[in-house]
Every structure is written in C-alpha cells, then in structure tokens.
Ligand binder design. Sequence first.
Ligand SMILES: Cc1cc2nc3c(=O)[nH]c(=O)nc-3n(C[C@H](O)[C@H](O)[C@H](O)COP(=O)(O)OP(=O)(O)OC[C@H]3O[C@@H](n4cnc5c(N)ncnc54)[C@H](O)[C@@H]3O)c2cc1C
Length: 299
Amino acid sequence: MRITFPKELEVRRNIRLKDYNSIHVGGPADYLAEVTTQTDLINLYRYCLKQDIRMLAIGDGTNVFFSEKGFRGLVAVIKFGRIEQLGENCIRAESGAQFSALNRFCLEHSLTGCEFSSGIPGTVGGAIYGNAGAYGKNIGQCLSSAKILTADGKVKSVSNDYLEFSYRSSRLKRHPAIVLEAEFQFEPGDYAEIKKRIDDIVEIRRSKLPPETVRTAGSYFKNLKDDLGNPIAAATYLDAVGSKQASVGDAAVHIKHANIFYNKGRATAQDVLKLEEMLRERVYEKFGVRLEREVMYFE
Ligand SMILES: Cc1cc2nc3c(=O)[nH]c(=O)nc-3n(C[C@H](O)[C@H](O)[C@H](O)COP(=O)(O)OP(=O)(O)OC[C@H]3O[C@@H](n4cnc5c(N)ncnc54)[C@H](O)[C@@H]3O)c2cc1C
C-alpha cells in the first residue's frame, strides 16, 4: 500500500539504505526522511503511529546495517544538532549533533570530561542508544537528563537512571524511544591539557584503527569480562582464531583490527552475517565463549 505523507515532512520512497550507513550495506527503505527539526520528527512519528507504519530513527549510520531486502516502513535520519551551553558546566545537545562536535564544543569552552569521545564517529543520539565510549569511559557517565519521544508518541524528560546505561547498552535497546536532546555535565578544565588528551587519543586511534576511508561499522562484537570482572577485548579471541584472514564474499575483517568488519566493495548483509557466524563458531569451539554482536542489524 502506498501512503501519502503530509508534503511538509518531505518523505521520499524507495531509498537505498547503503547510502545511509558507514559499512554501505542494505537494500531500500520503503520510506525515508531526513528530519531537520524536533517538531518535524515528532509529527512524523505521530503520523506513522496513526497509520500503523513502522519507524526507525537513525543518526549517522556508523553502527548499523540493513538486510538486502531493505526496511519495510520509514527510516528517519536525524539531522537536528544544535549544541548550547546552559550553565557553567552544563551543555545541551540535540540528538543529531555529531559526537565529535560535542567534543569540540567542550574543548572550545575549556570543559573536561568528554575527551574519551575523540574520534568516535556518529551522533549524540546514536551514542546514547548504545552508550558509546572508549578507554573506560562512556556517554552515560556524563549525561544528566534527556528529552525522549516515547513509543506512544509522548515527549518526556527523563533522568540518567531512567536510561539504565550499561556496557554498550541502554534502556532504549529494550524499550524503544527516540532521543530528541540531552543535557550533559562536564567540569571546568585547562584548555591545553584537554587539547593534549584529545590529541593523544586521536593518535592512539589512528595507529590502531583502519583509515577513515574504509567502509566499516566499528567494532563488530562486544567486548567481554573475565570471571573477576576484568575486561577482555573480543579482538583477543578473534585474533587467536585467525579472524584477520577471514572473509565471506566482500565482507572481511580488517588487517589492522581483529574485531572490525569492513566492506571490500559489494558486501551484502548475508556476507556480513555469515562472517559473523563463522567467527562466532570458531571462537566458541576454541574458547567456549559466545560473542555477541554490538553492531545493530535491521531487516
Ligand atoms: C570507525 C569506527 C569507530 C568506532 N569507534 C567506536 C568507539 O570507539 N566506541 C563506541 O562506542 N562506538 C564506536 N563506533 C560505533 C559508532 O560510532 C557508535 O555506536 C555511534 O555512537 C553510533 O552513532 P550513529 O549516529 O552513527 O548511530 P546509528 O548507527 O545511526 O544508529 C545506531 C543505533 O542507534 C539508534 N539511534 C540512533 N539515533 C537515535 C536517537 N536519536 N534516538 C534513539 N535511537 C537512536 C538507531 O536506531 C540504531 O539502532 C565506531 C564506529 C566506526 C565506524
């Protein structure tokens, strides 16, 4: 059935999703809209709810891939991303703001606490959804509150506790809602020290990760913990089973990082999922450990 959306919502039909994710994998979405204001997103969501159309909000697509059959429903790409300082330590960012822009904003205002985000691609909304982080720190540790659009179409202000942040996860993975904006608390710091920490992190990442031109969705599997609760990188297991030489079709593991899948050209979702299963089996056989996918997959 073909739906007629209100013209002002600028919904397009039959749009290739591989153009909206960084690993470039996915067939067409029935409908797609690039949404530039919170009001438009709320109206679009409520319209979809009324018409019984499935809707998925994404940001930059740096942690997501789609089936070759595409997405039945509407994909809303969040593009609103204003960032402002509210008090000395408090910053409000709309969910479509780049995480890197929040990082830069903190530096420009000599606020410390966001340096860990240096080099993490994607938007603030995507980061909240998956509690993005690096080097032992994550976005859940600096978020004080958020404004969300709940599944029944209501706008609600929620506290940090409500979002139930845990390792690469939040309540939003279990109870879908769309983040509209969030407030963060940072500490006043010294510009030069903050800049130095950012530069150091960027340098470490550059040495460990594939170049930015590589089509990837970042770390594919979640890291784990040993019996004492110490973190163990999934890459340790993957390296030990030869993942860096593994590929299925055009989906392969990058030579620089045993846990980063990339698209050599025409990888399909099936290629990626088969590579996932092959490596999960190898790790299970050798170590008795079941790896869990971190990257989001929609069909
Ligand atoms: C090279 C590379 C390096 C990376 N390094 C790291 C790293 O160091 N640490 C780390 O944690 N991640 C890392 N990632 C993964 C990725 O950058 C993060 O998960 C990022 O936060 C995703 O943001 P996004 O806007 O791209 O989300 P998307 O990929 O667009 O979406 C991811 C999920 O979030 C949901 N979502 C997006 N926006 C919203 C919203 N406003 N409200 C509710 N749900 C939403 C989507 O529905 C989807 O399920 C890396 C990725 C790449 C490609």
